[in-house]
Design a binder for this molecule. Structure first.
Ligand code: SF4
Ligand code: SF4
Length: 248
């Protein structure tokens, strides 16, 4: 995490994970993705990756809604995307360090390699249940924005730390999965999907493996937040299963 003075505005709205990459210093694979996705990035100098950690963004969103400052429609139908875009847009438009910006995520058009960018920033290691794990936030964080900017923010350095899974002897995430999908041999996505799609599944709106992990447990999402995020992924999963059934 980087809490620079001039980015407290973002942190105060829950966007506590902040990385700034100079385009000229990005790894070749990420430069290639950017060239393919954006075609013409001339005029932009940096790429900013933002994520939320824990419950603060959700609380800020609820507070904004409660004030009647509803989440806006800047990011489409998803209120979390919309709120995040609104916060980031306001911040960049007001910052003296930024002369222009262009959102790459959240947007439908770009399949942004968020996990690769997060790994490049040193935000997470892989976990057995396929959600990245951060030393402070555990698995309770997520990507919220990726923005090309013409700016002179201080570039962040990759965070370097060891995976907590290496020293986690009991691996409670594995024992907590009712489908046996979280295993030493690797994640069994099909077992997880099948279990989630079972009528009245205990995993429709949560992941027991995730909640069993002790890392960053103080930052676990609230029940409403869990219902929201897992409810959306459940709907996507149902669509995926229907498409699979149609194509045989
Ligand atoms: S419970 Fe242990 S092995 Fe599982 S994700 Fe958490 S730290 Fe890693
Ligand atoms: S959602 Fe349920 S089935 Fe899937 S990994 Fe988590 S605990 Fe296991």
């Amino acid at each position: 995490m980087h809490f620079f003075d001039d980015r407290k505005d973002l942190a105060s709205q829950g966007l506590t994970l902040q990385a700034v990459f100079d385009l000229s210093a990005m790894p070749d694979a990420l430069k290639t993705w950017l060239q393919g996705a954006v075609k013409d990035a001339s005029g932009y100098t940096q790429l900013i990756l933002l994520g939320h950690g824990g419950t603060a963004l959700w609380q800020a969103m609820e507070a904004a809604g409660a004030r009647g400052n509803v989440w806006g429609n800047a990011g489409g139908d998803d209120p979390v995307d919309s709120f995040s875009r609104k916060v980031v847009t306001r911040y960049l438009e007001e910052s003296p360090h930024c002369r222009g910006h262009r959102f790459l995520f959240p947007l439908e058009d770009y399949a942004a390699p968020l996990m690769a960018l997060g790994a490049h920033a040193g935000w997470h290691h892989p976990s057995p249940f396929m959600v990245g794990i951060n030393k402070a936030w555990g698995s309770w964080f997520a990507y919220r924005a990726l923005v090309l900017t013409d700016s002179d923010f201080t570039a962040t350095k990759p965070e370097v730390w060891g995976s907590p899974c290496v020293s986690c002897a009991d691996k409670p995430c594995m024992g907590a999965c009712p489908a046996g999908a979280v295993a030493h041999a690797g994640f069994r996505a099909e077992s997880c999907f099948a279990h989630r799609l079972t009528p009245a599944s205990s995993c429709a709106e949560t992941c027991h493996a995730r909640t069993a992990c002790p890392v960053g447990a103080a930052h676990r999402y609230s029940e409403a937040q869990m219902r929201y995020h897992y409810g959306r992924s459940f709907e996507s999963l149902k669509v995926y299963a229907q498409d699979q059934a149609k194509t045989g």
